[in-house]
Design a protein around this ligand. Structure first.
Ligand code: UD1
Ligand code: MG
Length: 454
């Protein structure tokens, strides 16, 4: 088998992004909760075993700390154009790269498959460049593609330099290329400075043609991949397209989405078959949802795991785990470290934080459970509160199996309540309750049955 050439990737991210009107570097603005640069990094990940090289400039330190270990960085200072930007990666990549993919950090919707096709095409190309182009009704802002009679690319003309006829061309340069790396390093040195004082990467096309070499283009099927983020309006447009793409994929997979236009599913989320997602639902971060579960309407779920066959209505869940057959809501709130085991029922206006509710626990209405462990099949009456914070420390409440906590019980932690115990309505429990005992009152004391005399 023929050995595949070594591929390296350069992501251009040094530009200022002035039109975002922001203190934040453009590539750190978030799309569906993730910085834009993450999408570019993901799009090249499967092309190469070498970490991609990100060319940074404006706000570079911030970009570097956000991205971390998954990339290498070179600083382009000052920013003298796209050719100059690629040149700044030469020292790092000269000995490594045979094929060089160049892409930009502000086109988050480019699919990995699109870049794979580009690399495959360049492997077969006798010439030094395969570039990505696309057709759009609205060519404004893009360099135009001039084709030669044989169908190969003759030149790229930047919009500012276009003749009136050239402005009518609808085939556009998307600024994504795969180069023969060795040829490119040589060609970059021959790029001449433009009238604007910049070195344009697009000029290497003409250089290849002058040497009689072929430049070929791969045309994008779906132009929505090419949306570039220059303003916050573009960011919102990309958000819509990404959302449609993600929702479409989940529906194809076997998830029912009642109203895709109000359903927001993050790119890292996973969902099981025959789950139904109701309107106005947001699934964010590293959330995993099982099979045959009903979510929404009106749920926000972030960084959480939800099991199979659950029903979750109008609730907020953050960093929590919900096992199978749990019913929740409306208006329930799980916070960090909440763990609802199989078959738990949590009704309206409940909040659970850093607590485990064992199988079959029922917590119907208006309760706060924090820093607690609640045994199997225990019933938490309406208005129960774990008083877990003494002003300095969070204290633990441990409740055994089959306990009956009466309505409006205050459980003053640290506290242990043994299995099969009960608390009376309105009791304030300040001392441990042994198994089987009934306590009542303020502060709660063992309840002695008064013998009735007739
Ligand atoms: C570029 C192309 C144009 C193409 C368009 C697609 C050139 C000369 N033109 O134009 O043909 O249609 O992209 O969007 O390449 N960057 C740096 N350092 C620099 C300058 C830019 O890293 O010195 C980065 C930017 O951060 C950005 C990318 O390169 O990610 C493209 O630069 P930009 O200034 O947006 O180029 P365009 O004018 O859009
Ligand atoms: Mg641009």
């Amino acid at each position: 088998m023929e050995k595949s050439p070594v591929v390296s990737a350069v992501i251009l991210a040094a530009g200022q992004g002035t039109r975002m009107r922001s203190d934040l570097p453009k590539v750190l603005h978030r799309l569906s909760g993730r910085p834009l640069i993450r999408y570019s990094l993901d799009s090249v990940r499967d092309l190469t075993v070498n970490p991609p090289v990100v060319v940074i400039g404006h706000g570079g330190d911030y970009v570097r700390t956000t991205v971390g270990e998954s990339a290498r960085f070179v600083v382009q200072q000052p920013q003298l154009g796209t050719a100059h930007a690629v040149m700044s990666a030469e020292q790092l990549l000269r000995e490594e790269a045979e094929l060089l993919v160049v892409t930009t950090a502000d086109m988050p919707l480019i699919r990995p498959e699109t870049l794979k096709r580009l690399v495959d095409a360049q492997e077969r190309n006798s010439g030094p460049i395969t570039m990505l182009t696309g057709f759009s009704e609205d060519p404004h802002g893009f360099g135009r593609i001039i084709r030669a009679a044989d169908g190969s690319v003759q030149a790229i003309v930047e919009e500012a330099a276009c003749s009136p006829n050239q402005l009518q061309i609808h085939e556009l340069n998307l600024s994504i290329y795969c180069f023969d790396a060795k040829w490119l390093w040589g060609a970059l040195k021959r790029v001449k400075v433009s009238a604007k004082g910049e070195y344009y990467l697009t000029d290497v096309v003409a250089l290849a043609r002058e040497e009689g070499k072929t430049v070929q283009a791969n045309v994008l099927d779906d132009f929505s991949e090419a949306i570039g983020i220059n303003t916050r309006v573009h960011l919102a447009e990309a958000e819509t397209i990404l959302r449609q793409r993600i929702n479409h994929n989940w529906m194809e997979f076997g998830v029912t989405i009642t109203d895709p236009s109000t359903t927001y599913i993050g790119p890292m989320v996973k969902i099981g078959r025959d789950t139904v997602i109701g309107p106005n639902t947001h699934l964010r971060g590293l959330t995993i949802i099982g099979d045959e579960t009903n979510i929404g309407p009106n749920c926000i779920i972030e960084d959480s795991t939800i099991g199979n066959c659950c029903s979750i209505l109008a609730s907020v869940i953050e960093q929590a785990v919900v096992e199978d057959h749990v019913s929740m809501g409306p208006f329930a709130h799980l916070r960090k470290g909440a763990h609802l085991m199989e078959g738990v029922h949590m009704g309206n206006f409940g909040e659970v934080k850093d607590s485990t509710l064992h199988p079959g626990v029922k917590m119907g209405h208006f309760s706060y459970i924090g820093n607690a462990d609640i045994g199997d099949n225990t019933n938490i009456g309406a208005g129960t509160i774990t008083c877990n914070f003494d002003g300095v420390h969070k204290n633990q409440t441990v409740i055994g199996k089959n306990v009956f906590i009466g309505s409006d019980t205050m459980l003053v932690a640290p506290l242990n309540i043994g299995e099969n115990a009960s608390t009376g309505a309105g009791s304030v429990v300040t001392r441990d309750v042994p198994a089987g005992e009934v306590v009542v009152g303020v502060p709660a004391r063992p309840h002695r049955k008064v013998e009735k005399s007739d």
